[in-house]
Design a protein. Structure first.
Length: 249
């Protein structure tokens, strides 16, 4: 596997190879074989189905809880301590840092449907805008949301679609450069409309976190993207209300 990976990496270099007068190559990593093996291992589970596999198998042996809710998402969900903000609730965290909607779509059966939850709450899309797994059109991202929602509804799982959270440039890095606010607004508008058309619930995290400049409120994030404890405190009641609405339908 490692040899094949090295060969693939070398092909672009060989295609444009030429002799040079000055030898000044880029600095090489000290541990290339190990780095290549790590990358090869990661490619074996590109969608990270293995992340929660053991937890899922354990959960499936337990009695079904009529109030179970799966939180599907990326790092914002991954870093959310659900037990702290929703004590005593049978809420299941299935967030994975860095993921995009096509990766989450592949995880729907393993991490959601097979767990037989009453509802799913989906917070995603910011990494699609940032091109974490390559460029996508707005329609492509929308179709991934649609596919996840339809899969859930076919299996009698209530759907909650969450507005993407705002970003800010108040920290050391300008988050708006990789996640333009205009793109966030476009996707949020579609999510709100789609939720209304399909009888899903819309959870407006954006409205809870945005300031008068259209940015993520200063002091409510550790880096202009990920909420800190104060940020999650604003999100929790929005999620709770949305879940109550979904389960009451």
């Amino acid at each position: 596997m490692t040899r094949l990976l090295f060969a693939a990496l070398l092909l672009p270099c060989l295609a444009s190879a030429q002799l040079v007068e000055d030898y000044n190559p880029p600095r090489a990593n000290c541990c290339l074989p190990g780095a290549a093996q790590t990358l090869a291992n990661q490619l074996l589970d590109w969608n990270q189905l293995g992340r929660y596999h053991a937890d899922n198998e354990k959960l499936k042996t337990q009695p079904r809880d009529a109030q179970r809710v799966v939180f599907m998402g990326d790092s914002i969900t991954d870093g959310w301590k659900l037990n702290q903000y929703f004590p005593g609730k049978p809420y299941v965290n299935r967030g994975i840092s860095g993921q995009t909607t096509p990766q989450m779509l592949v995880r729907m059966f393993e991490d959601v449907i097979n767990l037989e939850p009453a509802a799913i709450i989906i917070l995603a899309g910011t990494n699609d805008i940032a091109r974490n797994t390559g460029p996508e059109t707005l329609a492509m991202v929308e179709e991934n949301f649609q596919a996840m929602a339809e899969l859930a509804q076919v299996h009698k799982i209530r759907v909650i679609l969450c507005a993407l959270t705002p970003v800010s440039d108040y920290g050391p890095k300008k988050m708006t450069e990789g996640r333009p606010p205009a793109d966030i607004l476009k996707l949020n508008a579609w999510l709100k409309d789609y939720a209304a058309r399909t009888h899903a619930v819309y959870a407006d995290y954006f409205g809870a976190l945005v300031d008068d400049k259209g940015m993520l409120k200063d002091g409510f994030s550790r880096d202009g993207l990920h909420p800190n404890d104060k940020g999650y405190e604003l999100m929790a009641p929005v999620a709770a209300a949305a879940i109550q609405q979904a389960l009451g339908k």
